[in-house]
Structures are given as C-alpha cells and as structure tokens.
Ligand binder design. Structure first.
Ligand SMILES: [Zn+2]
Length: 1153
C-alpha cells in the first residue's frame, strides 16, 4: 500500500455541520414543527393513530429487512486510485489546537454535567385560580387535551378507569401442595383461614443479612450441624382431600421424595405423603394422571444407557429409603391459623447421608466425577419433582389469555415465558420492570430472616409488541417536568394533590410542593385532578418528558449521535474474508440506521477507521471524488487527523462511502501485518466524538490479542491451572486498569463501544470487554470465525445491533419511597457515585438489576414505590426523560412475601450477584454462598409458613418450587463450574453477557428450551410442547431442538425414520447428515418448512442470532449438546437436578435443626 505524505486540506473543525447546526428543541405538543424530526413517540396530545403505528425499525426481521445481497458488487481493485490522497504518518495538530474546547473532557465523571438532573428547578407559584376547568375526569375517555380533535382511542385506554380502590392480591391463594404426595393436598387458600403464624419468631438470629459482606460463607453463621437428629415421629403433610390443586402459588412439598404432585390434580390418595418410615423400594405409585411416568426403562425409548432404570433406582439407594412412594397416609392437617413454630425439634428423622454428597458439596472432589464409576443411585423419581415445563405450561394456560392490567398495586405478572399483553393503568409494564417479590416485608428484620433478595430488573427502553402503546412524550415547555422540591421525584400517578390542587405531597419523601401555576388543575370530589386522564404522568406507569436544556450537558442541547465503524485489517481479518464481508454489508446496512418516528433519514452521522498496528482515518466528505486516507502511526498519543469529512451524513456522502467500502478490502488484501492495537482504536473514536461534540457508538471489529506496542497493550496471561484456585478470580479481572480509565472517559463523552470479536485464540475478553461493558455496549464473539458457517450469524447480529433503538449519554436513577432504597446495581454501566447509573449508550435489550434494602419500616397501607428515571439522548439528538413507576405491597407476614415472589427474577438477580462475586472471591465461595442463601430462603418458608410436617418432606413455596432446579443451573453454568472445553474467554464473555440480560434471557439461558421437532404439528403455527432438559427424555427415534439464547442445537437420534431425515436434511440416511451444517437446507416439504419456521421464530425472539449446530446422536458433538441437558449430571461435575434437590433438602434440614 502506498502512502502519500500530503497534508489534508479539509477545513478546520468548527465548521457548521450541515443539517445539524441550529438543531432546535421541538415544541412537542402534537404538531410537529416544520423541520423538526417527529418522534416515534407521538406527541401525547396528537392524533391517536400515530401512537399505535408499529414502528418499523423496532420489529427486527433478520432476513427481511435487508435488500437482497444478490447483486454482484464490483470492487474497485485499483488501489492506486487512492494513492494520491493518502497521507502517511501525519501528525495532526494537537487537540488543544483545535478550535472548540473539547467538551466532556472536563467532566470526568459526567456527573457534574447533569446537575439539573439532581436539582431540578421546580417552579413554585401560586396556582392560577382562574385556571380553565378541563373536562370532567371520571368517565372520560383518554382524550387529547382541550382543543384537540377527538380521535379513536388506543385500545389500551378504552376502558381506562381508576385503579381499584383497594389493591389486593386477588389471585394468589396459598395452599399446600404436596409434591410427591397428594398434589391435591392444598391447604385452604388464605381467605379461608390459612395463614402464617401471627407472630413470627426470629430465626434464632443465625441468618446473616444478605448484604453483610460479599460471600461470607454462611455456614459460619449457622446453627450447629445436625449431628444428632431428633427422631420425632414424622408428621406427614396432610392432604386436603377434596381440594383441587390450584396451579397458582401453592406451596409445594417434595416429601421424602415421593412422586410428584404437580399441578395436575392428583387425588391425595394416590400419593400419600412420605414420611420417614421405610417404604417399599420400588416404584409403585400409580402413574400420575397427566404425567408421563418415567417408567421402567424398557418401555422408554431412551437411548441412554447409563442411567439405571427407574425401577432400579429406588433400590439402589444405599441410605435410608428416600424414594419410597408409599408412606403411611398422612394425618389430616387442620388449616393453619394458629400454627406455631412447634416444628423445632419435631422434624422427622434426618435421612442418612446421601451418597456422593458428603457434607462438603460442592467441594467434594469426587462429587460428580465423570462416567467411570457406576452412576450414583437416584433417590427420586424425576417425574416427582417440580417440573419447569409444567410450571411454564400452567402459567401459559392460566394467564396467557387475559391482558395484564397494571392498575393494582403489587400484582405479580405472568411468567416471562407466557405471552400476554399489558395495559398500563398506572404501573410500569413488566416488560420494563420485574421484581423478585411484589410484596416487600415491612421490616428489615423480616427481610433478613427470609433472605429473599429485594431486587428489580429494569429494562428502561424495552421493545414493546406492536399491540402495546409506546410511552407518550409529555412536553411541559420551558419549565420542564414537575418534580418534588426535596427528592426531585418526577410527577407520577402516586403523587397526592392537596389544598384544592395547589400543592402536592410527594409519594416518595412526603415533602409538600407547590404546584406551578401552569400546572394547576382543580380536583374532583375524590381528590383527583380533573385532568387525570389527560395526562400520562398522572395516569400511567410509564411515559416520557421532553427534557429542557437544563438537563443537557453544558446547558446545551445535544447534537445527533454518530456511529463510527472501526475495522481490524490485520492479516487474520483479511485472510478470513471478514474485512470484505463487513465492507459489503455496511454498504446496505447504512441505510438502516436508527431513525425517529417518521423521519425520512437517520440523523446519525457515520465515520470509518481501519487499523492494525496503526490507524487509518478516512475523509468521506461528500464533495470528494474519492475517499482520502490519513494514517496515524503514533498510537501512543492518539488524535484524530481530520475533523471535517470524518463524520458524515450517509446520503450526502453515499458515493464516497461506497467507494471507500469497495476499496478497503483491496487495499489490505496483501497485508502481512499480524499485530493489532486496541486501546488507541477506542481513543480515536472517543476523540472523534469529542471533536464533533456529540455522543455516539463505536462498532469495533477485532480479531486478536493487542500485542503491538501501544497503550493498553496486553500479554497472554491465560492459565487454566488457576481454575479452582484462589487466583481464579484474576481470570475475570482486567489485566490492566488502563481500560477502566478509558471507559470512564468514554462514559463522560457518551461514547458507547460495541465490540465484535473474531478470535482464533485467547484474546483476553476480560480486559477487552471492560470498555464495552462500562459504556453500556455489547460484546459479540465468533470464535474461529469461518465465512461459510458464521457469516449469517455475524451479519444478523450486526444488523440488529446497528438498527436497534438506543439512547445515548444516559443517566438512570431509581427513587424509592421512604423505608427502602436502592443499594446495589448490576449491569453494563459506570457509576461515579452511589446513586446514578451512567451509560454512554443504553439499548433496548439492556437491563439493569437494582437491589433494595430497608432503611426504615414500611407500612402495609402505603406500600412501597419505585420510580426509575432515565435521562437520555434519542437517536435524533433529542434529550428526554423516561419515567417508569411501580408500586409494591408490603407485608407483615412472611407468607405474603413467599406468595408474591417471582423465581425467574430471583434467579436473574442471584446469577448476576454470583457472576460479580467471582471477580473478588473464589468461585467455590460464591457457589457455597448461593446454595446457602437459597437454603435459608426455603428454610425460612418451611419454618414460618408451611404446615408442620416431617423433615423428610421437602416443602417448597409454590412460587419458588423451581428455585432449586434453576439455582442448580446457575451453579453448573460455565462461569461457576467450567467444563474442560470452556475457555477462559468464554467464561469472561458469558459473565459479562449475563450481567445485562433480562429475565426472559436468563430464564432460557440457564434452563434451555427443548422441543421435540418430530412431535410438531406441521399444520399449525404452534410449537411442540417443550420437554424437560434431560437425556432420559430423549428418544432415539426423534429429532429435538434445544435453544438457550446463544445456540440452537438440532439433535438427531440414531433411529430416526429415514423419511424424516430425507425431509429435513435432504440426505437418505443418518450417516450422511453433515454435522457441519450451519443452517437447515431449504426443502419443499411440510416438515422442513415447519422446522425452519420454528428456527426462524426462535431467532426472532432472541436479542442475538443463535448459532445452529447439528448434533447426531453418539457423535462427538453430542458431548457439547449434553452440557445443556441441565437436569442431568454434567461432565464438569455439576449435580443432577435430583441430586441437587436432595442436597438442598439436607441443607434446609440443617438450618432448621
Ligand atoms: Zn419527594
């Protein structure tokens, strides 16, 4: 490549940016001003139809949204045409010489710039008594403000009415359900007198508070181990004959491992609860109605040979009988009104030590050792223990048909696996916020006693289905949003107007604030403002405010953001075809940059950089005939050699950009350069954004460990020998603090970094990921990238990543009502103080998990309130505040807490907590702490809420009956228990990925979805019913699909009919199926179409394009597949679900004894 030494002649920075100069804050009020970009969030008072329009850019259809790539593109192979314009080794003027001061640089934290966010200026004034009376409230439809033409209402508001006066849990009964014994043995619902003890004795003070230090081994604080086990006569959990099992929120008993219960109504007599009494060893119980009996293996089309037949399992148990199904019939238990803590000491016998479990789980070295020795005996019929599939199915059938209306306080939403619509009637949709519990203990003591973490998983910019209404944008003009004088909370449905509407009392801090004159409105006889339904901020859980200039950095409205594409052009990147692929893709992808509303083109400007050991900047100014390249070889002090012409409008510079993208692959086609830099690349992007005084995103495509001499240079420090040592944590920590400092600078500028990695070997994701992670960006990793097999996945990820909704320069604060406060945060962000979560960029897929702690007592009357306020810059450069409000119930009875928990959210929190813990603590400590916390949660329930019964019975709260199985999946995950095939980079990657996941993503990630494809109905749109993740559930005559959000496996049994193989793979026999396929062949038959449509549908549901892997039974790859059969024992030593449940039971009994 020839490089010229020629000074660039572009005008100095500081010239007006065409089209962006003088960007004006639109007066949002319904009529968009000429020249002002219209928001996709229609104006609140505008015509309704606009609000309901599905926004095209939001629906991402991987294969549809792009122009056909069929047309051949002729590359300009004459690289010499660029030569005259090349500038080599140009040392540009120092940045200090650049005309405008670099804004943002002086705000290292970014915090200062947001002073208004913290100290909003609330105008206090005397309300105008002559304020015009607006329409009467109550029965008025949600109409535009006065003067607007009424239009058809969005369906969500058709029946909008005041929330019920008394907000109570209506649907949550609490009753006992005996797992393995009578499923029908449900204690009467709460309303019938069943209740927790009125006085809840403290649990002997032995529970350490959840936050009392990271990963303090809980065992130290526990009571003495149950060396001597009280041998009281076991009391069996009484069934309540005649009751049908409500599938919702019933406590679940897993009695001494009797068969299951579940939600199918099983008569009590079928499953006498087990007690400690000996029982027949074999599997006697009649099959459960509606349940598949994991019956004798002979009849099971199970290809698996290792697990012993169920009938043998029970007998194998060396210890005291665990799996017997026929205990003495349980005494009938009366309802529980006055149930006291008499269990103490009366727990049934401690069962004998469990084989392989020793006391030292999970540290026992031999535990879980792979194959070799005979499989450990199982003590439980897998069908008898709580089934994730059953719980998911039950929730779907019970809650999938009705919309979830958010009017009432403390309602537990349907599960994330259930499809449902949401109607916002005053609380934020669960798509935005999900909580671990919707009923918070009134006191900190209660919270500590239960050990249930109080956390909210918040996804502020979540994508909504087209049927739901996007948050309305409210414009209060120059005065900005109305806020509480003291705590600065934003106006919301929970604020209480008093004194005829002249003041309002803050629902968060109780401070009374004058209503600004322009905001005054009269109250009706119920004390509600008469404009209640006209104002989103008074009647809805989620809405947006247009921010005033006071909410902007340096008191200046922001410029539209910029995207900078930074492409590694070192040897590996060129050789693999990656560089050419990226350039080709960008040519069309640049037409799909995020736009707002009806804007014809995106306001986002773009820039291009390529790099190896040096950086190449490109001038793509529209007036140029050819792009110009400028090389910066002094990477020690990065600067941007050109200002004008670097960030451009795509349409204006299209010809030049296309020419550049044609030429880049040719220019570097013969490169021999194998070394790369990395930190200077980020610095270059950061400097470019600083110079342009805008926020933006860097898309970096990188292939190798940056070993070239430069700041942020890294060394290969991978060392698998550190696994399971005290130094293992170093594998997750960055090897230099350089990147942390760089991240801080990036956040201050609003420079978000998305990183696409294509490694052929270790490249230290833990370090390279620091900046993406702390700036709210994403990391994508394609190990051993091969064009043929990986390009679809990469391109789909890239397309979605470029197009998705993203806010820039974001600051999020969560305010809470008196009594609790946000104390801890998990996610991809940066914090310069203890309250504000800062993100250079926040996209629609990112979540922030927030933990709350008590700082005072809560009251059942007032409940607890959360308000999440996100200040951000839209993709058109508009400064906005998005507000989400949520009200929760508070309880004085632990049973209420356990009835209103959400296990999926709990697991999301626990996984993030654990994944952060590995940065500072040995992995084993983290695992032990997790197990212990969950055991305490369940023990507290057992002790305080469940009916007295034998200790031989494991009793789980209905809402948490999946806690053990899901917890086990977290414990077995690659981060906490890596198998031999998992690399250090994989672990660091997964760790960061999970930290930003929402609840649906963690759910399927930890417990993958397994679908029997051969059971699919080719004539319907529905999916085949999922099955549990165990090898025992697979039949060698069938084909299955397993997805976890990152991968899709298609598993083919050895005995699958030849016709099916032909239909799906287009080959005539099992042996001919290629396991290197990265996609299913497109064949014109119903089965092929059905399977491909399922795959497409799943791909569309996930935020990343999943890699498709074909696995043939008994093939090598099957090991990889089996790793995801999470109910089974894993090769890396992870316990099977059955074993883990036994272990949890033991832990719980220890806590209770
Ligand atoms: Zn307040």
């Amino acid at each position: 490549m020839s490089v010229n030494q020629q000074a660039h002649t572009g005008p100095p920075y500081g010239q007006p940016q065409p089209g962006y100069q003088g960007y004006q804050q639109p007066a949002y009020g319904g009529q968009s001003l000429p020249g002002v970009p219209r928001s996709q969030y229609g104006a609140y008072n505008g015509p309704m139809p606009e609000y309901q329009q599905p926004v095209p850019p939001q629906g991402y259809f991987p294969s549809l949204g792009f122009p056909s790539k069929g047309s051949p593109v002729s590359l300009n192979s004459d690289s010499s045409s660029l030569a005259p314009n090349f500038i080599g080794s140009l040392r540009a003027p120092p940045t200090s010489g650049a005309p405008p001061p670099v804004s943002g640089a002086s705000h290292p934290s970014g915090h200062l710039a947001y002073s208004q966010f913290d100290h909003g200026d609330v105008q206090n004034g005397i309300p105008a008594s002559a304020a015009p009376m607006q329409r009467p409230p109550a029965s008025q439809p949600f109409l535009p403000g006065s003067g607007s033409t009424p239009v058809s209402q969005p369906s969500a508001f058709q029946q909008y009415g005041p929330p019920p006066a008394s907000v109570q849990q209506l649907s949550n009964h609490m009753a006992g359900m005996t797992i393995g014994t009578a499923t029908a043995s449900a204690p009467p619902p709460a309303g019938l007198g069943y209740g927790p003890p009125t006085s809840v004795p403290p649990v002997s003070g032995s529970f350490s508070p959840p936050g009392s230090g990271l990963y303090t081994p809980y065992s130290a604080t526990q009571g003495p181990p149950p060396t001597s086990v009280p041998q009281g006569l076991p009391v069996a959990q009484p069934p309540f004959p005649g009751q049908t099992v409500s599938t919702q929120r019933l406590p679940t008993q897993v009695p001494g491992f009797a068969p299951p219960p579940p939600s199918t109504g099983v008569g009590p007599s079928s499953y006498p609860p087990t007690t400690g009494a000996p029982r027949p060893p074999a599997m006697p119980g009649p099959p459960l109605p509606g349940q598949t009996l994991a019956g004798p293996p002979s009849s099971q089309p199970n290809h698996v040979t290792s697990p012993p037949p169920p009938s043998a399992m029970a007998g194998l148990h060396p210890g005291p009988p665990m799996s017997g199904l026929h205990g003495p019939p349980p005494p009938t238990h009366p309802p529980q009104p006055g149930y006291q803590m008499q269990q103490n000491g009366s727990f049934g016998q401690m069962r004998g030590p469990q084989p392989n479990y020793g006391g030292a789980y999970p540290g026992t070295p031999n535990y879980g050792s792979p194959p070799g020795p005979p499989p450990p005996p199982k003590r439980l019929d897998p069908d008898s223990i709580p089934s994730p599939i059953q719980v998911i199915e039950d929730d779907r059938s019970n809650r999938g048909s009705e919309p979830f209306v958010t009017g009432a306080r403390g309602q537990v939403p349907p599960l994330v696996t259930t499809n449902f619509l949401v109607k916002d009637q005053g609380n934020a949709s669960p798509r935005y916020i999900r909580c671990t519990s919707y009923n918070i203990p009134c006191t900190s003591d209660m919270a500590k006693q239960s050990q249930v973490p109080l956390a909210a998983v918040i996804k502020p910019l979540a994508t909504l289905p087209p049927e739901e209404t996007l948050p309305y944008l409210v414009d209060h003009g120059e005065s900005g949003p109305v806020r509480c004088n003291r705590c600065k909370a934003y106006m919301c449905p929970f604020m209480q107007f008093i004194e005829g509407g002249r003041r309002f009392q803050c629902c968060f801090c109780s401070c009374v604030t004058e209503v600004p004159p322009h905001y005054f409105q009269h109250l009706d006889h119920t004390g509600k403002r008469v404009d209640f339904y006209d104002r989103p901020e008074l009647s809805l859980g989620s809405y947006e405010f247009l921010a005033t200039v006071d909410y902007c950095k340096n008191n200046k409205f922001p410029s539209p953001p910029a995207f900078i594409f930074m492409i590694d052009v070192s040897y590996n990147a060129v050789k693999s075809g990656l560089v050419r692929l990226i350039c080709e893709e960008l040519k069309s992808l640049l037409d799909y940059l995020p736009r707002e509303g009806n804007m014809e083109e995106s306001a986002i400007r773009v820039g291009f950089v390529t790099y190896n050991k040096v950086l190449h900047f490109y001038n793509v100014k529209s007036s140029l005939a050819q792009p110009q390249m400028m090389v910066v070889s002094d990477v020690a002090d990065m600067f941007v050699p050109l200002l004008d012409g670097f960030l451009v409008n795509v349409n204006e510079s299209r010809t030049v950009i296309t020419s550049l993208l044609d030429q880049i692959p040719e220019m570097f086609a013969d490169t021999r350069e194998t070394e790369t830099v990395f930190a200077p690349v980020i610095q270059a992007g950061l400097e470019a954004l600083k110079a342009a005084e805008c926020a933006g995103k860097l898309f970096i495509f990188h292939t190798s460990l940056p070993i070239a001499e430069a700041p942020g240079k890294l060394k290969n420090r991978d060392d698998r020998k550190l696994i399971n040592t005290d130094k293992e944590k170093t594998l997750f920590q960055p090897q230099t603090s350089f990147y942390n400092n760089l991240a801080k600078d990036c956040v201050a500028q609003g420079c978000c970094v998305d990183l696409f990695l294509f490694p052929n070997q270790y490249l230290d994701v833990a370090t390279l990921g620091v900046v993406p992670y702390q700036t709210g960006g994403s990391i994508y990793k394609y190990a051993y990238f091969q064009l043929e097999t990986d390009q679809d996945r990469f391109l789909n990820d890239l397309r979605r990543d470029v197009q998705k909704e993203v806010g820039f320069d974001a600051v999020m604060r969560v305010r809470t009502s008196t009594g609790i406060r946000a104390t801890d945060f998990f996610g991809a962000f940066y914090m310069s103080n203890t309250t504000d979560v800062e993100m250079a960029g926040l996209d629609c897929d990112k979540t922030i998990t927030v933990e709350f702690k008590h700082d005072d007592k809560l009251s059942e009357d007032s409940g607890a309130l959360l308000q999440c306020a996100l200040l951000y810059t839209s993709c058109a450069g508009q400064r906005r505040l998005r507000i989400h409000n949520l009200s929760l119930n508070c309880c004085t009875q632990l049973a209420d807490l356990y009835r209103n928990c959400e296990t999926d959210t709990l697991i999301n929190y626990l996984a993030k907590y654990a994944y952060r813990g590995v940065l500072n603590s040995p992995v084993k400590t983290v695992r032990d702490a997790l197990i212990n916390q969950c055991a305490q949660i369940l023990a507290c329930y057992r002790k305080n809420c469940a009916s007295p019964s034998s200790a031989g019975q494991l009793i789980l709260p209905e809402c948490m009956k999946l806690l053990p199985v899901y917890l086990n999946c977290v414990l077995k995950s690659d981060v906490l228990q890596p198998g031999p095939e998992v690399t250090t980079d994989d672990r660091a990657y997964i760790r960061q990925l999970v930290t930003s996941m929402d609840v649906a993503e963690t759910n399927v990630f930890f417990y993958p979805r397994l679908l029997p494809l051969t059971k699919a109905d080719v004539d319907s749109d529905s999916l085949p019913a999922a099955i549990r993740n165990s090898e025992e559930r697979l039949s060698k005559g069938d084909i299955y699909l397993l997805e976890n959000g990152l991968n899709i496996f298609v598993w083919v049994g050895v005995s699958v009919q030849q016709g099916l193989i032909q239909n799906l793979f287009g080959v005539s026999s099992f042996g001919q199926i290629s396991n290197t396929l990265s996609a299913l062949p497109v064949l014109e038959n119903p089965f092929s179409k059905k399977v491909r449509s399922i795959v497409d549908m799943l791909q569309g549901q996930r935020s990343r394009y999943m890699k498709l892997i074909i696995v043939k039974q008994e093939d090598k790859l099957e090991m990889l597949f089996k790793h995801f059969l999470v109910e089974d024992k894993s090769l890396s030593g992870g316990a099977s679900y059955v074993d883990f449940l036994c272990h949890m039971h033991k832990e719980i009994r220890q806590l209770l004894s």
